[in-house]
Design a binder for this molecule. Structure first.
Ligand code: WT7
Length: 640
């Protein structure tokens, strides 16, 4: 397979080359792609100055990413399975789509979008469950140069509307409903509510999935099956500039509303393919399964783009790990003889808690590689994955990356890089991590810890945040001059291996989902009986982090008996979605604030962690006595 590293020596050589001559390194990889016109320059970049990031890869190159999935490969893969779709309910039939069939469906939907008036550069919002049409529609957007913005189907109407409005999407693709375990989600109903406050949407295409009755608005809503009727399955791809946006994906940060991370065409393409085949060591004919939802970046890069660009067979699973029972993942591995599985530590911990029998009663001998992503993996989960799932012979690849990075930055190459439990190990070729102290001074050498930054661009990195380039600069490039700030803390051990410790900002990682504390606080504060709130993460055995909310209510006394806690959870559910609901709510009469009115989250975090032994200096607080009250009323056991 082209551009695939096959030994540690090759990795070390590739890494050295990629640092010494990044242009030559990436040019060599990109020549294996299909270009309508080659680039004039490999990379042009600036990480400093208030216009930063100013990054272009494969300058003036022309291409279409779907031509690299289809036209480039059809000759050899027309009859090879591209996507296997496994339904939520194992009693329903799976679907196999070959590269040839997928190509026709993508073309047909591309033509459908054109018929609906979607043009190059328009934004298409996609709010669909994990069904083949989700894959088809994102590729159809890419085919015609429309920018897809996929919104996870677990988000609420308000969250959906916020994202549609920010991107000014012209069309919304949704379904009547979606299946998730034994629940159904009323996606069309949620969409209708969202559309009341989303004036830019002219047309809604509705897929029939659950069959529940929905209302269709005349002139605006059209059924998917009607929209594609008699539409041609042949389409010529739009020619895109290397730096034309491919998609927007919203993600949470420390402050404000979620931002639309923008990824562009060529760099993302080159990077997602390169990292996919190298990290997972995909071999021709392998069966690959990433359990993520396409609503998150993992699904974009490692269910769809990376695997399909590589010519892999990728499995798309509609359901959840515990339906109909805790053996579902292993059923699927056994059923399709999966070779590489890629999942999240939270799923591993949840399944580990169900006991080994669920795993051991299945034949998992096909497995070669065990991937993990989304949050730090604890040693117990790492070992269980390695021993019980992988029977000790499958490398665990702990992959560190972010929505902003587009693809994996630090990870072992399966079977090539020696692994160590809980470590993401070494940077991929082209990636230059640095650790810095609070002042931004680089911490050199090994056996050190600091704030993780990246000092040279890689092709898959974000280019801007939609509609607000300054926000991109402020968030990622203003803190330390000339460096991309990841927001994570990391250790580099004696051998130069990286271990990601976790976020250093006000972002919480709940079951691998990124949630901004400010967003949750804003939602809680919308409840009419809430005066103020402060949200922090706290250690949670399954989710990694849980959400701990300290809330001041207007009338403390009857907060309890009036079920205010439940109402607060409902409010968050309505404004963001179930993933952001606080696990713990503690009613307090005050919050620890400095004289200037700033909430000292450090103290609240410590209490949430159950450790009040080192609260640090609290004498600068406006009212130090609230700390005692909060400790006394804490919802977790607190060591003093
Ligand atoms: C944040 C990014 C990248 C796809 C899924 C999450 C955390 C991610 C790891 C890992 C420790 C990890 C970081 C990062 N994270 N992977 N292997 N070890 N932490 O994407 O929602 O953009 O979240 O997830 O804190 O900053 P995301």
């Amino acid at each position: 397979m082209t551009n695939k590293i096959t030994s540690l020596t090759e990795y070390l050589k590739a890494y050295q080359e990629s640092i010494a001559h990044p242009d030559d390194f990436w040019a060599k990889i990109a020549t294996t792609h299909f270009w309508r016109k080659s680039w004039d320059q490999v990379v042009k970049w600036r990480f400093d100055g208030d216009q930063a990031p100013d990054v272009q890869w494969f300058v003036n190159g022309k291409l279409n990413i779907t031509e690299n999935i289809f036209e480039r490969q059809l000759f050899m893969r027309e009859n090879q399975t591209a996507i296997i779709w496994e339904p939520n309910d194992p009693k329903e039939k799976e679907i196999y789509l070959t590269y040839g069939e997928l190509f026709e469906k993508v073309n047909q939907f591309a033509n459908t979008l054109l018929k609906l008036g979607v043009k190059k550069g328009d934004r298409v919002a996609i709010y669909l469950p994990m069904v083949p049409e989700l894959a088809i529609s994102m590729l159809a957007c890419a085919r015609i140069g429309a920018i897809h913005s996929i919104i996870f189907a677990g988000f609420s109407a308000t969250a959906l509307s916020d994202r549609i409005v920010d991107a000014q999407a012209k069309v919304l693709l949704t379904a009547d409903g979606g299946f998730r375990g034994n629940k159904t989600i009323a996606l069309k109903e949620i969409s209708d509510e969202a559309l009341e406050t989303s004036p830019t949407v002219e047309q809604v295409v509705v897929l029939k999935r659950t069959g529940e009755s929905v209302s269709m608005k005349e002139g605006r809503d059209i059924w998917w099956h009607d929209a594609i009727k008699n539409v041609s399955t042949e389409n010529t791809a739009e020619v895109m500039d290397a730096e034309d946006p491919l998609f927007i994906l919203y993600t949470s940060g420390s402050t404000g509303k979620p931002k639309g991370v923008v990824h562009t065409t060529a760099g993302y393409m080159v990077y997602s393919e390169y990292t996919f085949k190298n990290v997972f060591q995909y071999d021709e004919g392998d069966m690959y399964w990433c359990t993520a939802d396409i609503g998150w970046v993992t699904g974009h890069s490692y269910i769809i783009y990376g695997p399909l660009l590589t010519g892999a067979t990728t499995i798309m699973f509609e359901g959840i790990p515990t339906f109909p029972d805790a053996g579902r993942f292993w059923d699927i591995v056994d059923k399709y003889k999966v070779n590489q599985i890629y999942t999240a530590p939270t799923a591993i911990r949840a399944l580990m808690a169900q006991g080994d029998e669920w795993v051991t009663k299945h034949d998992l001998s096909s497995l070669k590689v065990l991937g993990t992503v989304g949050e730090p993996i604890n040693e117990e989960a790492w070992r269980w994955y390695h021993e019980v799932v992988g029977k000790g012979h499958c490398p665990v690849v702990d992959t560190w990356w972010q929505t902003e990075t587009g693809g994996i930055l630090i990870a072992p190459l399966a079977g090539i890089t020696p692994t160590k439990p809980t470590m993401a190990t070494l940077p991929l070729p082209g990636v230059q991590p640095v650790l810095v102290d609070q002042e931004g001074n680089e911490i050199k050498g090994n056996g050190v810890q600091g704030i993780l930054c990246i000092k040279h661009p890689w092709p898959g990195m974000l280019r801007t945040t939609w509609g607000d380039h300054d926000r991109c600069y402020q968030t990622y490039f203003s803190m330390y001059k000339g460096l991309y700030l990841t927001g994570d803390g990391a250790k580099r051990d004696e051998e130069g291996y990286y271990r990601i410790i976790g976020r250093i900002d006000d972002v919480i990682n709940v079951s691998g989902h990124r949630i901004g504390t400010a967003e949750v606080e804003d939602a809680i504060n919308q409840h009419p009986k809430v005066v103020e709130s402060a949200v922090v993460g706290y250690p949670h055995p399954i989710k990694g982090s849980g959400i701990y909310a300290y809330v001041i209510a207007e009338e403390m006394a009857d907060a309890q008996k009036n079920g205010l806690e439940d109402e607060i959870r409902d409010t968050v559910n309505r404004l963001i979605g179930p993933i952001a609901k606080p696990d713990v709510i503690q009613m307090v009469s005050g919050l620890p604030k400095t004289r200037s009115g700033k909430i000292m989250r450090r103290i609240l975090r410590k209490i949430g962690e159950g450790d009040a032994t080192q609260l640090g200096d609290i004498s600068t607080l406006l009212d130090p006595s609230v700390v005692e009250e909060i400790i006394a009323g804490a919802k977790v056991e607190v060591k003093r």
